[in-house]
Design a protein. Structure first.
Length: 300
């Protein structure tokens, strides 16, 4: 693990691997946000992608819908957790008229895909586990063909602010991940050279009987504390009780505790070859090797 990492990515993999069996039943919010992303696919118009990446695919609901829309396209379901990918299966068995979904276990930070090989990158609630958005978007731009569509969602900084503040009142250690603001997310897209970015922000509030129920639901989703600087010992009963007491200030008239989820969705288009990208404080332009003219000298 790099000492500069915000997240312990091995812990991210372990948490989502353990949650593979419970994720689908617990992922109501994730499915709702996924449906919002699907609505944005209308911006493709008559374009028919031939190669699609569902990044952070989880149990594959997005990949299955993408293949339903474009049955002739190659759809790649990619996830960091292998047990999640084992959940990716057709709802009604194998169909000889549809291409199978390719499953790839890989890290979003190092996409094992060729340059200019993808028409659409679709990613629902995966990017909040990556600390370096600039490097991530450089990788996206590398694999997207010019004019390809990037369609993603992530969580914003107001997410679980009640839980964050409650633990802060009881414990100096961080318990809730940091999330990028919508401005930072958009700036990273622009630095990577993406065209015409459109970003939206939504806030959903879910309600729970108690903090223990909220924490249990987070574990079922794989959304546990994966911060590199987290305390490795279990949270003691005293600290947990203090956090529960602090959370009570938000209990509503309905008798339930709110949990806020701020969602950022973004859509942007890959630029043509040669448009500069910001790397290491300098503008760098890339061109495909096939686009470099070769002059042949006559032989004697």
């Amino acid at each position: 693990m790099n000492t500069q990492d915000v997240f312990d990515h091995r812990q991210v993999r372990r948490a989502f691997s353990r949650a593979a069996g419970s994720y689908s039943a617990a992922a109501a919010l994730q499915r709702e946000i996924e449906s919002r992303l699907f609505e944005s696919l209308d911006y493709l118009g008559d374009q028919v992608p031939t190669s699609i990446l569902d990044l952070g695919s989880g149990p594959g609901t997005g990949a299955l819908e993408l293949r339903r829309r474009w049955p002739k396209a190659r759809v790649v379901a990619m996830d960091l957790a292998l047990p999640m990918l084992r959940q990716v299966a057709p709802k009604r068995g194998w169909n000889p008229l549809q291409r199978p979904i390719d499953r790839v276990c890989a890290d979003a930070r190092a996409l094992p895909l060729a340059d200019d090989s993808v028409d659409l990158i679709f990613s629902n609630l995966c990017l909040q586990w990556v600390e370096d958005l600039d490097a991530l978007f450089v990788g996206f731009r590398r694999v997207l063909r010019p004019g390809g569509l990037l369609l993603v969602s992530t969580f914003g900084p107001d997410t679980l602010h009640e839980l964050r503040a409650s633990f802060a009142a009881a414990d100096a250690a961080d318990h809730v991940s940091p999330f990028p603001a919508i401005a930072a997310f958009g700036d990273a897209l622009m630095r990577a050279g993406f065209r015409d970015p459109v970003l939206d922000r939504d806030v959903d509030v879910h309600r729970h009987a108690d903090m223990a129920g909220l924490m249990r639901g987070l574990r079922e989703l794989g959304a546990t504390n994966a911060l590199a600087a987290r305390r490795r010992a279990l949270t003691g009963r005293g600290r947990f009780a203090a956090a529960q007491t602090a959370y009570e200030q938000w209990r509503g008239e309905d008798g339930l505790l709110p949990a806020t989820w701020e969602t950022i969705t973004a859509m942007a288009w890959a630029p043509a070859h040669g448009q500069p990208i910001r790397e290491g404080g300098e503008d760098v332009a890339r061109f495909p090797a096939s686009g470099i003219p070769v002059r042949r000298r006559g032989g004697g």
